[in-house]
Write a protein that binds this ligand. Structure first.
Ligand code: GLU
Length: 375
């Protein structure tokens, strides 16, 4: 048991948990989920939001695309349009048996990147919760294009959790947590029960462990964990098919893999939004000195500590800050575009002033107010 009481919980259900191989929505699963959510509300007094996948899978099945799945965007988006409606119908019917009402919200990354839309989405979600309605959230797959897609619902669930200041995210998967190696190939693989910060081993284990269906896999779950941990939100990866898994995790039972962090000074909501809501367009590799300064002093990232820049991006873009061995240690908004950053990388402020023709005000590569260190 964690001894913690949760107030607001985001439950994410992956396509592989929700649909069978032919894309049929598993009504029985949704009905049992409804019971657990009803119990969580009454027994634990917590609010619940659902992030559900399965629209595309359900739509492909409805359109008769089952066996040879199309890959072109219009077909997938048409499938999402048909499938989302089916999916919501199944949820609405099954949940009504427990007296639960749902409100559907379909988001794209545009809605989290744009401050105005972000605040509106937050207000709507808050109001739904106040009214005792369970938000049923998915990506707006039928209109989202690459530039504004989350692409996976693990990341979407983490953003929703930050948006509504949830204290727990439960990711229901087809595997019971993160293993030290891929359990399908390595019999020595062991379940990692608790993660307080990322190590090279954990990142490598996640890279190796794919899950069979759904677009997630472990890499996107780790990305969701980074976002949650930066916001001081616990996250649990567990097996969706285990009976009563949602209520058991909500009660604090040790199940699956639990990510948590002892965040003492939590970032402000605005800073989390600034640093984490945008699509990551590149990476900045920094030396050990800069890493130490960011971690221990909470300063801005200066050009002098930058060793290498990767990706194409303009000033204001979100980038990952990585150590030289590639570990992601933070994320933030750059003051320079990629080519200018490459010009100033490794240079002291004095030499930038004398050698490089750039506005002197922009001496900082990423300002401290626009960057979040993950752990
Ligand atoms: N939004 C997609 C769907 O509903 C699923 C994305 C995911 O599973 O991560 O089909």
């Amino acid at each position: 048991m964690t001894g913690q009481e949760y107030r607001r919980i985001v439950v994410k259900i992956g396509s592989s948990t929700l649909t069978d191989n032919s894309g049929q929505v598993d009504r029985g699963f949704i009905y049992r989920l409804g019971k657990q959510i009803n119990d969580i509300r009454h027994e634990l007094g917590a609010e619940v939001l659902i992030v559900t996948s399965g629209a595309i899978a359900a739509g492909l099945e409805a359109l008769g695309f089952g066996a040879d799945r199309p890959t072109d965007m219009p077909s997938l988006q048409a499938a999402a349009a048909v499938g989302q409606l089916r999916l919501s119908q199944v949820y609405a019917e099954a949940f009504s048996e427990w007296g639960l009402q749902l409100g559907q919200i379909l988001l794209t990354r545009f809605d989290t990147e744009n401050r105005n839309s972000y605040l509106h989405a937050r207000d709507t979600l808050e109001r739904l919760l106040e009214c005792g309605i369970i938000p049923l959230i998915n990506e707006n797959d039928s209109v989202a294009v690459d530039e504004i897609r989350f692409g996976d619902n693990d990341t979407l669930a983490a953003h929703v959790a930050v948006l509504v200041k949830a204290d727990l995210v439960i990711l229901l998967s087809d595997i019971d947590g993160l293993y030290s190696a891929d359990p399908r190939r390595d019999e020595d693989a062991v379940l990692i029960e608790s993660i307080g910060s990322f190590t090279r081993e954990i990142v490598e284990a996640a890279g190796a462990a794919g899950t069979s269906r759904g677009s997630g896999g472990m890499v996107t779950k780790l990305e969701a964990a980074r976002i949650c941990m930066a916001a001081g939100i616990q996250m649990v990866i567990c097996e969706g098919s285990r009976p009563n898994v949602v209520i058991d995790v909500a009660r604090g039972e040790s199940l699956g893999t639990r990510f948590s962090t002892e965040i003492t000074k939590s970032h402000s909501a605005r800073k989390l939004w600034l640093a984490l809501s945008g699509q990551v367009l590149g990476s900045i590799y920094i030396d050990a000195g800069a890493e130490k300064a960011l971690r221990e002093k909470g300063g801005s990232l200066l050009p002098v500590g930058i060793q290498r820049v990767e990706g194409e991006f303009a000033a204001g873009a979100a980038v990952d800050i990585r150590s030289l061995d590639g570990m992601i240690i933070g994320r933030g908004l750059v003051s320079f575009g990629a080519s200018e950053l490459s010009q100033v990388a490794g240079k002291s402020s004095d030499s930038i002033r004398s050698d490089v023709d750039l506005p002197s005000a922009a001496q900082v590569a990423i300002h401290r107010d626009q960057l979040v260190i993950f752990y």
